[in-house]
Design a protein around this ligand. Structure first.
Ligand code: BMP
Length: 361
């Protein structure tokens, strides 16, 4: 780790001014505004749970990480589906969506996987990631696809069916089927659903309008106050190191990620890594780190945290942020499996922010 790199001592608000990627600049500002460097890994199994979790935990986080292929009942409709509903919640609470797709293939294939196919990831995920084992050209291919996508939507006259912000916790007979196979009734016996409002409109807007794809005439979409909406640019994180035991990614592979990031600063925001990788004087990449857990409340806060028995290894926010220099910690089961995810997310947010302040001082 480059322990004397200037970015380790710079507040996020300062890094927002010098980051190359527009979405990184935005994310650093958002982190500063929400006093949060927490990403929730929303690894649940149904679309209904995903949307409800995003709505409940949204206030504490700056990034929501998805694995859309874990989700049964993912609605692929590009105008009213799960991606669109998630995007509405992202606007309401002020977070970015990161689809943890770990693209790896020849350039042409990843272009198609990223922009088309069933999930059309580029439409709803601000950020995605890639394992560059297939070679650095893959990054160029994805950057081209993202640039083409942005240019295309810039001139699109679209007839769209948009959804209003879904509201978790409202209850009526379900518009969403329960795909988990279980009973989705609340404790009072009512059936839970995510409610949203559908509007059909035709619009023309340039891509740099923050309101693109938000064509709701009735003003039923909620927008997080204090900051404008994110730019339309899409961003890539390079999977440079993994948290799992026995990971086969070598130092040479990690270094190749660093080189690819520097070659594609307009598209690569930074890394998924286990430590800070900024070493060149003008590096200002953002680092997100999974494999993060706190000991249970009441126990020594920097104590050892056991792995999951399936290869996952955990470190505390203090170790990852203060010592190893990451920027955003990614937490899944530590929050999701707790009795009260919003309260536990707040506990993680506070600890991770404290670890960042400790690094600055
Ligand atoms: P958890 O906090 O429950 O262990 O979840 C970690 C999440 O981060 C999972 O979604 C996993 O796919 C992802 N992840 C990881 O654990 N280690 C990595 O190196 C890269 C990941 O994307």
């Amino acid at each position: 780790m480059s322990d004397r790199h200037p970015t380790l001592l710079q507040p996020y608000s300062e890094r927002a001014k010098t980051a190359t990627h527009p979405l990184s600049r935005y994310l650093f500002r958002l982190m500063d505004l929400k006093a949060s460097n927490l990403c929730l890994s929303a690894d649940v199994t149904t679309a209904r749970e995903l949307l409800a979790l995003a709505d409940r935990v949204g206030p504490s986080i700056v990034v929501l990480k998805t694995h859309y292929d874990l989700i049964s009942g993912w609605d692929y409709n590009p105008q009213t589906g799960t991606g669109v509903k998630l995007a509405a919640l992202a606007r309401k609470h002020g977070f970015l969506i990161f689809e943890d797709r770990k693209f790896v293939d020849i350039g042409k294939t990843v272009q198609m996987q990223y922009t088309a196919g069933t999930a059309r990831i580029i439409e709803w995920a601000h950020i995605t990631n890639a394992n560059i084992d297939a070679g650095k050209d893959m990054v160029r291919a994805m950057a081209e696809a993202a640039a083409n996508w942005k240019a295309r939507i810039h001139y699109e006259v679209k007839t769209s069916v948009s959804v209003g912000t879904p509201v978790a916790g409202q209850f009526e007979d379900g518009e969403e089927q329960n795909n988990g196979g279980g009973d989705d009734r609340d404790s009072d016996g009512r059936k839970g659903s995510i409610v949203s409002i559908t509007t059909v409109t035709q619009s023309f807007e340039p891509a740099d309008s923050p309101r693109l794809a938000k064509t709701n005439e009735h003003g039923d979409e909620l927008v997080f106050p204090g900051i404008e909406e994110p730019p339309m640019d899409r961003g890539l994180l390079l999977l440079a190191q993994m948290s799992s035991k026995g990971c086969l990614m070598t130092k040479d592979y990690t270094q190749a990620c660093v080189e690819a990031a520097r070659e594609h600063k307009d598209f690569v925001m930074g890394y998924v890594a286990q430590e800070a990788l900024n070493t060149a004087p003008d590096d200002n990449f953002i680092h997100m780190t999974p494999g993060c857990k706190l000991p249970p409340p009441g126990e020594e806060e920097n104590g050892h945290v056991e792995g999951d028995g399936l290869g996952q290894q955990y470190n505390t926010p203090a170790k990852l942020i203060t010592l190893l220099g990451t920027d955003i910690v990614i937490v899944g089961r530590g929050i999701i499996q707790s009795a009260d995810p919003p309260t536990e997310a707040e506990r993680y947010r506070r600890k991770a922010w404290k670890a960042y302040l400790a690094r600055l001082s």
